[in-house]
Design a protein around this ligand. Structure first.
Ligand SMILES: NC(=O)c1ccc[n+]([C@@H]2O[C@H](COP(=O)([O-])OP(=O)(O)OC[C@H]3O[C@@H](n4cnc5c(N)ncnc54)[C@H](OP(=O)(O)O)[C@@H]3O)[C@@H](O)[C@H]2O)c1
Length: 326
């Protein structure tokens, strides 16, 4: 794993790599890690589809990236993951005009928002972070499976360590809502999804990974109140003390730059050495470590629960009303 490290940047991961002729889709590409991933991949020759939740957000991101990467091959698309009708509309239009996709980066996310429901009635974080990406991936799978070595990269988070999925009450109908527990559940769902996708489509050559990017100051924190920040810091500090690694300082988080934060998802997109690790959870441009501090590069045992992953998959098919055919 030659690029391993917490400070490795996107451009360092991609040094010497030519992505010409490869079509890569990035959700949530109007800001933060998604925008930096789109920029870096385009700068190395990829044809990038910049997805955002509104035409203005998508056009703004394309203009910004084109300014940074003259000659970049960019197109834009509108996907509001909190409204599955827009996911279906985008996928229909995309499949009408493209035969194949090389990589889908399921990057968009919402964190610790107040209780809300998506247009389809799902709890906002589970619906946006997991179900929206689940449906997008299923709908694009025919194009992904056309490619020679397709990959799906899905952003999880150290936040998965707040909670396993709740397969009986995924939408907080009977459980009292907690913004951090809901984020944790959704990020565990992202990792279980990546693992189950690898199991189901690995035989067709598809590689699927989940990623913890590290702690990076972005717009993701837009919903955080002082109370939520203090709750997160106490949890992260306790996690660091318990595992004997990581930051026990004020926030309990060692912050990365955006370029270093986006590096692991870019690495997951291109690294040939990952081909033998289908379904893996990644952090710091390396494989995640079971039992180590999730705030650094560790992950919880429940990310390896294949029974949960299979049940979550069937539940997700039921909720979005679409089956995955390989
Ligand atoms: N930053 C961190 O420390 C950190 C740590 C662990 C994991 N992550 C994960 O990394 C990913 C990227 O986060 P970030 O830090 O780059 O945050 P960010 O700057 O807020 O980016 C998230 C993106 O997701 C988009 N998004 C949110 N809801 C959406 C919806 N319903 N439909 C379509 N797009 C939607 C946002 O669009 P708008 O701006 O238009 O709302 C935004 O462009 C997330 O999945 C996050 O959970 C981040």
């Amino acid at each position: 794993m030659p690029n391993s490290g917490a400070t490795t940047t996107t451009d360092e991961v991609l040094d010497g790599i030519d992505l010409s002729g490869r079509r890569i889709l990035v959700t949530g590409a109007a800001s933060g890690l998604g925008k930096e991933s789109a920029r870096a991949l385009a700068a190395h020759g990829a044809s990038v589809t910049v997805l955002a939740r509104s035409p203005a957000r998508a056009a703004g991101a394309v203009a910004d990236i084109a300014g940074l990467v003259p000659g970049a091959d960019l197109e834009e698309g509108v996907v509001d993951l909190a409204d599955l009708s827009t996911v279906r509309a985008f996928a229909r239009g995309f499949l009408d005009t493209h035969d194949s996709v090389d990589v889908l980066i399921n990057n968009a996310g919402v964190m610790a928002c107040p209780f809300g429901r998506t247009a389809d009635g799902f709890e906002m974080q589970f619906g946006t972070n997991h179900l929206g990406h689940f449906l997008l991936t299923v709908l694009l799978s025919p194009a992904l499976l056309e490619g020679p070595a397709p990959r799906v990269v899905t952003l999880s988070s150290a936040g998965h360590s707040r909670s396993d999925v709740d397969l009986d009450d995924p939408n907080f109908e009977t459980t009292e809502y907690s913004p951090w527990v809901a984020y944790g559940r959704s990020k565990t769902a992202n990792a279980l999804f990546a693992r189950e996708l690898a199991r189901r489509a690995g035989g067709r050559g598809l590689r699927s990974f989940s990623v913890h990017p590290g702690g990076i100051i972005t717009d993701l924190g837009r919903h955080l109140t002082d109370e939520l920040i203090n709750e997160m810091a106490a949890f992260a500090q306790e996690r660091a003390r318990r595992t004997g690694s990581g930051d026990t300082g004020d926030s309990g988080i060692t912050w990365k730059s955006i370029e270093a934060g986006a590096a692991t998802q870019v690495w997951a997109t291109v690294a040939p050495e990952l081909a033998d690790h289908n379904g893996a959870y990644l952090a710091d441009c390396g494989l995640g470590v079971l039992g180590a501090n999730p705030g650094v590069n560790g992950f919880m045992p429940y990310l390896l629960d294949d029974d949960h992953a299979a049940v979550l998959w069937e539940l997700s098919e039921h909720l979005v009303g679409m089956k995955f055919e390989v």
